[in-house]
Design a protein around this ligand. Structure first.
Ligand SMILES: Nc1ncnc2c1ncn2[C@@H]1O[C@H](COP(=O)(O)OP(=O)(O)OP(=O)(O)O)[C@@H](O)[C@H]1O
Ligand SMILES: [Mg+2]
Length: 268
């Protein structure tokens, strides 16, 4: 069994008396230390799948296991970053990050302080430690949320469009940092994004989902094509990168057309 193991995981919502099938049985085994990126049409069920892995949503069917343990509600083994993750407004940047360190029994006070400084640099918030988070920009708040999640050092990082609201340069910086963190700490990560380039750049493995209900359309071993060890932003120009980008975009476009046709058939 894989480290993070999704076996026939499905989700059907009951909404105003109507059943909405969001995730059709998905089976995925994720190896420890891997970054797996998810792409797929808007509304296909990616967030729902992530929320189930995080324990925020109960699967309608199937099982999710981490290191063999059946997962239930949220716990500190899984850390989540969402696109619009609100930082605690009544706390400063440093105070928010300290919240992440709260349950770290493995660190002493001095180590936590050093860790907090390191994370503040990592997300580029040096100088803003004492600012209240309702007085900083949305992109900065998002970086606070990322730092706080990393501070808690979860076994699995769940990132749902974490960089979507950031400017291009900050985004590239954080993509590079994510790769760097993964190289040093080998943190198992699921990363959802609409940006195909980002999905390739940070991935060991890339999973393409169908239109709703989400099922796996393509599952690409990116690390076998683009070695993770020498990944940096310059890889965007590499022929293998460009070929992979075209391949993923072609799968997404074909799926878009198929979904539109099916919608047309259903309406007729
Ligand atoms: N709590 C809920 N109750 C009813 N339906 C829901 C609920 N949450 C999600 N859905 C439905 O499930 C489907 C999948 O939604 P989800 O947010 O998982 O998609 P997504 O792939 O994350 O989309 P996006 O890329 O736009 O973020 C949608 O049709 C959505 O309306
Ligand atoms: Mg989503």
């Amino acid at each position: 069994m894989a480290y993070l193991d999704l076996a026939r995981v499905s989700k059907t919502f009951l909404s105003e008396g109507r059943a909405v099938e969001a995730v059709t049985p998905v089976t995925l085994g994720i190896e420890a230390g891997q970054i797996v990126t998810f792409v797929g049409p808007s509304g296909c069920g990616k967030t729902t799948l992530m929320r189930m892995v995080g324990g925020l949503e109960t699967p309608s069917g199937g099982e999710i296991r981490l290191a063999g343990d059946l997962l239930g509600g949220p716990d500190r083994r899984r850390g989540m970053v969402f696109q619009s993750y609100a930082a605690f407004p009544w706390k400063t940047v440093a105070g928010n990050i300290a919240m992440g360190f709260r349950y770290r029994r493995d660190l002493g006070g001095a180590e936590k302080a050093e860790g907090a400084r390191r994370l503040i640099d990592l997300v580029g918030l040096r100088g803003f430690e004492d600012s209240y988070t309702n007085r900083i920009s949305g992109g900065m708040r998002q970086r606070v949320a990322i730092a706080r999640t990393l501070a808690a050092n979860p076994d699995v990082l769940l990132m749902d469009e974490p960089f979507g609201a950031l400017d291009a340069l900050t985004r590239e910086h954080l993509q590079s940092q994510l790769l760097r963190i993964n190289r040093t700490e080998e943190k198992t990560t699921i990363f959802v994004t609409h940006d195909v380039e980002e999905a390739i750049l940070v991935a060991h493995r890339l999973v393409v989902f169908s239109a709703r209900p989400a099922r796996v359309l393509d599952d690409i071993d990116v690390a076998a094509i683009l070695p993770v060890a020498d990944r940096d932003q310059s890889i965007r120009d590499a022929p293998d990168f460009l070929a992979l980008r075209r391949q993923v975009q072609a799968v997404l476009r074909a799926e878009q057309r198929r979904a539109e046709r099916q919608e047309g058939d259903n309406a007729a």
